[in-house]
Design a protein around this ligand. Structure first.
Ligand code: MIG
Length: 688
């Protein structure tokens, strides 16, 4: 990324903020308050309010519910493990405190480097007013003005550092399920794909691979030799991706627990005793990821698995998710004992139930332990939203301590701006609902704006039973997302594509991902290296086109394309708005691409169930890989074609980025030129 200085940003400081690690370049402090806002202090809280125009759009906030335009709801930065991603939710797993307000009159963006609770009242209470409130009032506020939305994102990247670079294989198709436990389970999944010619690059291992859900262990009966398993999988060009959770079991027979105690790496209560809460292995300690030494310790725990050949991980439960604390449980039993044998009316019954339901992720627990932020003692709830970021950082720093030159795969559930330097993220426990296919699309651009380029949702949905049509439609979006992973919960219908009658259609769509990979990878890497965006709302590219600005279910992809997936059940197609002339590409299989030039404007487009659709801007060309692929390793030998729609005597070039896909060695950029063609679209083999 060019080492320019962010030119549109002013920094303001309120209270006594901790240093979060989000920012990589220190800006001078501007005195006073930002002119655009009226600032109010109320106890410790500080609010920033702003009147907005009816036409103003609001973008950003990373992963959150509702549309791309965030206007009309209250969001709350408070990292929460919540499996119900419904439209009233204020918080999900991560906090991404970057918001862009843009309209015909002006663009303004702000980043609150504040790891405590923040509310974002985006024209919820009052239709034309935004009120952003930091509850602690300790923050660095960065305000960007006189810039376009894309420039604001670029400046944010200069301020907070470049995005994480995954390895090329991380762009392949990955199969996952909560339930794969043994060598046999994993082999069955690989065979299921390879035998049918379904491309596959990775298989995720969920908590069941562990010995009693203990991090950095594996069940020796079910996986007798991890290194041998990894080796055998690599022969098949498959990477295994184990999960690592946040909690470490309270048990001195556990090696991680012992060494964590020796290294004094766990968070403590006010009185200095160790904080405990239950997660998967039962009562657990929690690493102080906000402490440099503890982070280094945690990172070192990855070594044995790295030595066994593992080169990718996912980090879960790092909001942190807490099932209950012993104190909370004791209080709950007291209440239950009080009520035992009584004739409970509705209120009593409700109280008893909620007593146990509210044990998880309780505010009281979050306020009962402390971090040692390299010498500064801070109560957890003041910096709650940093925990997942800290874990991701510890993990990637651990992998890089093992091999600084290798690009490892890592994605996390919880994060914070700054965490985008260390890993990607997945969107947590969605469901096999059509509305969540749309939500998947709508969550993507906000995450990109916050620097999280490598992201994706559980394709097919995590909870509930998927159907063959929903999974196929979902894959038709998934082929465009950098992380392309099919994941599902234990207890739901098996979701590997070969479990479905229409698996061949699904397979064809997945092979189209590999066909598109030269383009997808190149656009991703250019966005990561140049501080750009891989996905954008149309409003970023067509600010003067009012219709384009209000499109909330299509996305610009890279510099040349637009996507508009079908996300409704039983649909025979969908409405699409084209902000300019584009070439429609119907992706049915690698042998079967149907090309149709289309004019700017509104269209109802029939889209058969087995077709993914992509639009390439007129006058642009994109590279495709020719051939059949089992995995990303096969791409190295691929011949390229160029695809596009050029006007009479028009020429076009595509700047292709390539590198080894494995290390941080600089890649190459070269321009592929189309042949001169007369009219219509082209598909040209082997461009120079
Ligand atoms: O409490 O590891 O979001 O992807 O399969 C549930 C089991 C814990 C939540 C993750 C999900 C994962 C599941 N985990």
């Amino acid at each position: 990324m060019p080492s320019q200085h962010p030119s549109h940003i002013l920094r303001y400081v309120y209270g006594d903020p901790v240093s979060t690690g989000a920012v990589v370049c220190e800006l001078p402090v501007t005195a006073g308050d930002p002119a655009a806002f009226s600032v109010r202090h109320d106890g410790t809280a500080v609010s920033f309010s702003l009147d907005v125009e009816p036409e103003d759009l609001m973008f950003g906030l990373g992963q959150s519910v509702r549309g791309m335009n965030k206007r009309g709801h209250i969001y709350r930065s408070w990292n929460t493990d919540d499996v119900m991603h419904v439209e009233e939710k204020e918080s999900l797993y991560g906090s991404y405190n970057f918001l862009i307000i843009t309209g015909p009159e002006r663009t303004l963006a702000l980043f609150l480097d504040d790891p405590g609770e923040i509310t974002w009242d985006l024209c919820h209470t009052s239709l034309e007013q935004v009120v952003i409130t930091s509850l602690n009032g300790d923050l660095n506020l960065y305000v960007m003005e006189d810039c376009t939305p894309a420039e604001a994102c670029h400046d944010l990247r200069l301020l907070t550092g470049p995005s994480y670079l995954p390895p090329l294989w991380g762009f392949g198709y990955i199969q996952s399920r909560w339930g794969y436990a043994s060598r046999e389970d994993l082999e069955k999944v690989v065979r299921g794909h390879r035998d049918r010619g379904i491309p596959l690059d990775g298989v995720c291992m969920d908590i069941d691979y562990m010995d009693r859900y203990r991090n950095f262990t594996w069940n020796r009966e079910k996986i007798p030799d991890l290194a041998a398993l990894v080796r055998d999988m690599k022969k098949e060009h498959i990477h295994l991706v184990p999960i690592i959770d946040a909690g470490i079991p309270v048990d001195e027979n556990d090696a991680a627990c012992r060494s964590g105690l020796e290294n004094d790496s766990f968070v403590r209560r006010e009185d200095g005793t160790l904080f405990q809460a239950a997660v998967w292995p039962g009562l657990s300690y929690f690493t102080d990821y906000l402490n440099t030494r503890a982070r280094a310790w945690f990172g070192s725990l990855y070594r044995p698995m790295l030595e066994a050949g593992i080169d990718g991980f996912w980090n879960d439960m790092n909001e942190p998710s807490l099932f209950y604390s012993p104190e909370g449980m004791a209080r709950a039993y007291e209440i239950a004992d009080e009520m035992r044998g009584k004739n409970l009316d509705l209120n009593g019954n409700w109280r008893l139930q909620s007593t146990f339901q509210s044990l998880a992720n309780s505010r009281q627990d979050y306020a009962s332990f402390y971090h040692d932020m390299d010498g500064r003692k801070v109560r957890h709830d003041k910096v709650h939203n940093l925990y997942g970021f800290g874990m991701t950082r510890a993990s990637m720093e651990g992998m890089h301590a093992y091999d600084p030159d290798r690009r490892f795969l890592l994605f996390t559930r919880s994060s914070y701006i700054g965490g985008h330097r260390y890993g990607g993220m997945w969107m947590g426990d969605n469901r096999s609902w059509w509305s969540h296919l749309k939500l998947n699309l709508q969550m993507l651009p906000g995450l990109n704006m916050c620097g999280f380029l490598y992201c994706g949702a559980d394709l097919g949905g995590f909870g509930s039973d998927v159907t063959g049509d929903l999974l196929l439609r979902w894959l038709e979006l998934g082929i465009f997302t950098p992380l392309m992973r099919n994941h599902s919960s234990t207890g739901t219908r098996e979701q590997e594509i070969y479990q479905f009658k229409n698996w061949e259609d699904m397979c064809n769509i997945i092979t189209c991902r590999y066909l598109l990979l030269p383009y997808i990878y190149s656009e991703f890497m250019k966005a990561a290296l140049d501080g750009g965006l891989y996905f954008r709302p149309l409003a970023f590219d067509y600010p003067d086109d009012r219709d384009a600005c209000h499109v909330d279910d299509q996305l610009m992809l890279g510099g040349d394309c637009m996507i508009a997936p079908v996300y409704e059940p039983n649909a025979i197609g969908r409405s699409v708005y084209l902000p300019e002339d584009m070439l429609l590409v119907r992706l049915i299989s690698i042998e079967n691409l149907i090309l149709e030039p289309m004019n700017k404007g509104y269209h109802f487009l029939p889209v058969a169930l087995n077709e993914a659709i992509l639009f390439v801007k007129r006058g642009h060309v994109i590279p495709l890989a020719d051939g059949h692929f089992r995995c990303t390793d096969d791409l190295a030998q691929a011949q390229l074609s160029l695809l596009g729609w050029l006007g009479e005597k028009e020429q076009a070039g595509y700047e292709l980025y390539t590198d080894d896909g494995r290390s941080y060695a600089a890649g190459k950029r070269r321009v592929l030129r189309s042949d001169r063609v007369d009219g219509s679209y082209i598909l040209r083999r082997n461009p120079s």
